[in-house]
Design a binder for this molecule. Structure first.
Ligand code: ZN
Length: 284
């Protein structure tokens, strides 16, 4: 039983399906706590983070992937930021007065992933009505990556506490006709609800693989870590200040005190000393 966050990959022995199952319980708990998001918006955020991990694992495990979700009225935005080695963080900007985050009637999902040549592949899809985050992820994979996939992501709570989070992606091996995936999609629709499955095994992805591929011999071909980790550092904070116009830096120096900046993702506070700001001025 896996009681830490991890992504497992498997191939069926008939060479038809590849499946990635992931546990993200601790990762999404930490991200939700850092962003102080609650209620249904926390559920959506957890699903978005889990989806970003799955898409990165399936498309480009060694490169960064970001997924953005925006409500139709633009009052709410969420970002999931997934890095190689499983390091994942996220951001929620929600101006809706009730804290709701509606995915209906024209919400959009946009994914950006780095390619090996350093360029960015970008795709935007509308969230299908009633499709939720899982539906939007499938739509993205089909439209923007041209890979038919069955994807489900879920997070279950007790009050505001995350009990379990995780999900899976099922794809055909390249060059196969879509028939088996359609059958698989129907089979997974009749399946026990992902939420109750996750709760039963506390999100154990091995149990998810066993359930998804029940009766189909498979081999587990790899695993990779998943964890909550922000990428901020004093150096990055300083580097972001260096891009400001000279007059803005001079404004920040007025008063002669250290500048306090906190990371939007993880909330960590950084103190930038006046000497450092003076150094930036000398450079630009
Ligand atoms: Zn940070």
């Amino acid at each position: 039983m896996n009681d830490v966050d991890i992504a497992l990959r498997a191939l069926t022995e008939d060479d038809i399906f590849r499946v990635i199952a992931v546990r993200t319980t601790d990762t999404v708990s930490a991200a939700i706590a850092a962003q102080k998001v609650k209620g249904p918006a926390a559920q959506t955020f957890a699903e978005l983070l889990t989806g970003a991990v799955l898409i990165r694992e399936t498309m480009s495990p060694d490169l960064r992937l970001q997924v953005l979700l925006q409500t139709a009225d633009k009052s709410g935005r969420m970002v999931a930021d997934a890095f190689p080695e499983g390091q994942t963080r996220g951001l929620v900007m929600n101006k809706s007065p009730k804290g709701t985050f509606s995915l209906e009637n024209g919400a959009v999902m946009q994914a950006m992933r780095t390619l090996h040549d350093g360029s960015i592949h970008q795709g935007t899809v509308e969230v299908p009505n009633q499709g939720g985050v899982s539906g939007a992820l499938m739509q993205y994979m089909q439209q923007s990556e041209q890979v038919a996939s069955v994807i489900a992501v879920r997070c279950i709570f007790s009050g505001d506490e995350v009990l379990a989070a995780g999900g899976y992606v099922v794809q055909l091996l390249p060059g196969l006709e879509p028939g088996p995936l359609i059958l698989m999609a129907q089979r997974l629709e009749d399946f026990e609800d992902l939420g109750s499955l996750l709760g039963r095994g506390s999100g154990d992805p091995k149990m998810l693989l066993d359930e998804i591929l029940y009766g189909m011999p498979f081999t587990q071909v790899g695993e990779s870590p998943v964890l909550y980790k922000c990428q901020c550092s004093e150096l990055r904070v300083t580097a972001s200040l260096a891009t400001l116009p000279r007059a803005d830096i001079e404004d920040l120096m007025r008063g002669g005190k250290s500048l306090e900046i906190s990371c939007d993702y993880c909330g960590k506070d950084y103190q930038v000393r006046t000497e450092t700001l003076r150094g930036l001025l000398a450079q630009n």
